[in-house]
Design a binder for this molecule. Structure first.
Ligand code: ING
Length: 322
């Protein structure tokens, strides 16, 4: 038995600060049509796909709010929604959301092939810093510009399977995939904007692509799910962003990968039933997991190290002792 879903990763090259929504939507439409021509039923666009990655600057509110969408679809994005519905293709789109009551989120929307909105997810894990830090060659002010998402990761029945959404930094945290995995997720859509230079520890720069694949392939394998990671990258306003978009099977294998630093459509036929090969064997959660052993994962946020050894070979009562 196989449940085939043809998925396109629609990677974007740089979006310039001055690029209009109309110009960006034209690029998205071109990739939507190419993906549809190649049989895609779902097209995954990146995080914050409609604008340049503006958290790299310390911006005054007047300019900052210009990067946010007050409605989705809006007049500028309606052509994308209309084309997708006409083509019978679903899509995932990341964008900066300003709600009517003034909340600001880093948001991703999942739209089914009939145009219905399946999910609207707001990024849970916000990286970077809250105050401008002039020592950095560029800022990463997501924690200043966005509020953390108020809801956990929810999988939905869509596209003939169980689908979840995460955004960028979420992909580095195993909890993201496990919360979805415990809902039986079979496909996780993840858009990202990842500067290659990581100012707090530049030694990590050379590992940007390795870490990108490591966390998504691990999340896929350990939760028996497909993962589609899609970049907006390339040299964007002077900052080099990782591309390396990829479609990853529940085995952890990369089945399709972008090879450019620009707009590029990568397509794969994904058998959602492949998830069961792992859900029913090595990752049969109900048979093998022992949540009573994992209480620390939700009981604490940061590290609590064991107390200093009292010299007689056993630690004083420490973090895990009642
Ligand atoms: N970007 C980056 C990401 O998590 C980052 C932030 C880069 C964190 C490198 C750690 C190392 O891919 C976003 N937008 O979350």
């Amino acid at each position: 038995m196989s449940r085939l879903l043809t998925i396109a990763a629609a990677q974007m090259g740089p979006v310039a600060r001055a690029e209009t929504r109309k110009q960006v939507v034209e690029r998205l439409l071109a990739m939507l049509h190419e993906a549809a021509d190649r049989g895609a039923e779902l097209v995954v666009f990146p995080e914050l796909a409609l604008t340049t990655f503006f958290p790299r600057w310390d911006l005054p509110d007047a300019e900052l709010l210009g990067f946010f969408e007050r409605e989705m679809p809006s007049a500028e994005t309606a052509p994308l929604f209309d084309a997708a519905e006409r083509l019978g293709v679903g899509f995932h789109l990341g964008y900066a959301e300003l709600t009517p009551d003034g909340h600001r989120y880093n948001t991703a929307m999942l739209v089914e092939r009939d145009g219905s909105i399946v999910a609207k997810y707001r990024k849970v894990h916000l990286p970077g810093h809250e105050e401008p830090e002039p020592w950095r060659p560029f800022q990463h002010l997501e924690r200043r510009y966005f509020e953390p998402g108020p809801e956990t990761f929810r999988a939905r029945r869509a596209f003939g399977g169980v689908v979840g959404v995460a955004i960028c930094n979420d992909r580095r945290w195993p909890e993201t995939y496990r919360v979805l995995g415990l809902q039986g997720v079979e496909l996780v859509c993840i858009g990202y904007n990842t500067p290659i230079h990581y100012a707090p520890d530049p030694g990590q720069d050379r590992l940007a692509a390795f870490h990108n694949n490591l966390v998504m392939a691990s999340g896929a394998y350990e939760n028996a799910t497909w993962v589609v990671g899609v970049a907006k990258g390339g040299l964007e306003e002077g900052v080099e962003g990782l591309c390396d978009s990829q479609i990853i099977a529940p085995s952890g294998e990369v089945v399709a990968r972008a090879v450019t630093e620009g707009d590029e459509v990568v397509v794969a036929q994904c058998d959602l039933d492949l998830c069961n090969d792992y859900k029913r064997t090595v990752f049969d959660f109900d048979r093998y997991r022992r949540p009573e052993m994992y209480t620390a994962i939700t009981a604490q946020r940061g590290i609590r190290e064991p107390a200093v050894d009292d010299g007689n070979g056993d630690d004083e009562p420490g973090a895990l002792d009642a």
